[in-house]
Design a protein around this ligand. Structure first.
Ligand code: SIN
Length: 321
């Protein structure tokens, strides 16, 4: 039996509050990864190693934490005795980190993100069960030869390129944007004996995280009265700033299947003329924007707008052939 490594980055799963019956009053990222692991009796006897990579509320997630996480993952996944890695994370930006890892992981081993909607001090904390399920999924995946990046919450495993937070406060808060879960635990909390093959990670490698600062990519939204004022303000600010800070990409969360307010579309055209790469995603909860003949700007595919921002940023660092 190989080792499962658990990397802690903070989040509500590591959060604490003063009143167990008022789980909405808490501070995220307080307990260490060792404390989280020792609170799950079901993990006793499993060969585990835990490391603290960061301790953040994931609303504050950013490039430097991703660099630290990338370094830790590269080192752990390269160890022969490691079957796979669990990453504990906040729920708020889990989908962005999951998409990032889906692009970068370059070793055929399971990487399972997990999180919690209630802090560790809540009477009905969901973190311990999610952590147990995540470790169980790494073990099941390693035994069945499954690999790739997935996220486990509330007894279901979602592909890293599809997972998203779909509810702001329910415990069962995640879905696949219309795509089904890859696997579900049974009534005993066990993963299926024969899981489907997981989507393979894109193996673009950790070197993409090497720059001290990523290219600046911003997110704008098409909406009633979206006349492009914000885009023009971004362009003006970008022109007056330092060259390293210059705006390089814009993802627009478009209406429906990629349509844009005409005022915003005109401003995006000006951005493109100024050298900014424009991609379209959708502000609609499911489906994203798929490519169609005659598109003025590339469609980001089924991912969320926040995930599209990560994908565009990576593509500016290294275009996909
Ligand atoms: C966070 O994303 O770190 C806080 C919220 C959560 O984990 O549910």
């Amino acid at each position: 039996m190989g080792v499962v490594v658990i990397l802690g980055t903070g989040g509500t799963i590591a959060g604490t509050g003063p009143d167990p019956s008022a789980p909405w009053r808490y501070t995220a990222a307080q307990l260490s990864i060792d404390q989280l692991v020792s609170a799950v009796p079901g993990l006793a006897g499993v060969p585990l190693e835990a490391r603290q990579v960061a301790q953040v509320d994931s609303k504050d997630m950013g490039w430097s934490v991703w660099q630290d996480l990338g370094r830790a993952l590269a080192a752990e996944l390269a160890r022969d005795e490691v079957d796979g890695v669990v990453v504990t994370h906040g729920t708020d930006t889990l989908e962005e980190t999951a998409l990032l890892l889906h692009h970068l992981v370059d070793v055929p081993k399971p990487v399972v993100l997990t999180a919690a909607m209630r802090p560790a001090t809540a009477v009905d904390a969901d973190g311990p069960g999610n952590l147990r399920d995540a470790v169980g999924l790494v073990r099941a995946a390693a035994a069945q030869g499954r690999h790739g990046v997935v996220a486990v919450l509330a007894g279901r495993a979602w592909a890293g390129a599809e997972v998203r937070k779909a509810h702001s406060h329910e415990v069962d808060a995640f879905d696949g944007g219309g795509a089904p879960a890859l696997a579900e635990t049974d009534a005993q909390g066990q993963w299926p004996q024969a899981m489907p093959v997981w989507p393979a990670a894109l193996a673009r490698g950790w070197a993409l995280l090497a720059l001290a600062r990523p290219p600046r990519v911003e997110l704008v939204c098409s909406h009633a009265d979206a006349d492009g004022w914000l885009v023009d303000a971004l362009l003006a600010h970008s022109r007056s700033g330092s060259p390293t800070e210059r705006l390089r990409g814009l993802v627009v969360a478009a209406t429906g299947h990629g349509t844009l307010h005409q005022g915003l579309e005109a401003a995006l055209g000006r951005a493109e003329q100024a050298g900014v790469v424009v991609w379209r995603s959708s502000r609609t909860a499911q489906g994203g924007v798929l490519s169609r003949e005659g598109d003025r700007w590339p469609a980001a595919g089924p991912v969320t707008a926040a995930q599209a921002r990560v994908a565009l940023l990576l593509s500016l660092l290294s275009p996909v052939a």
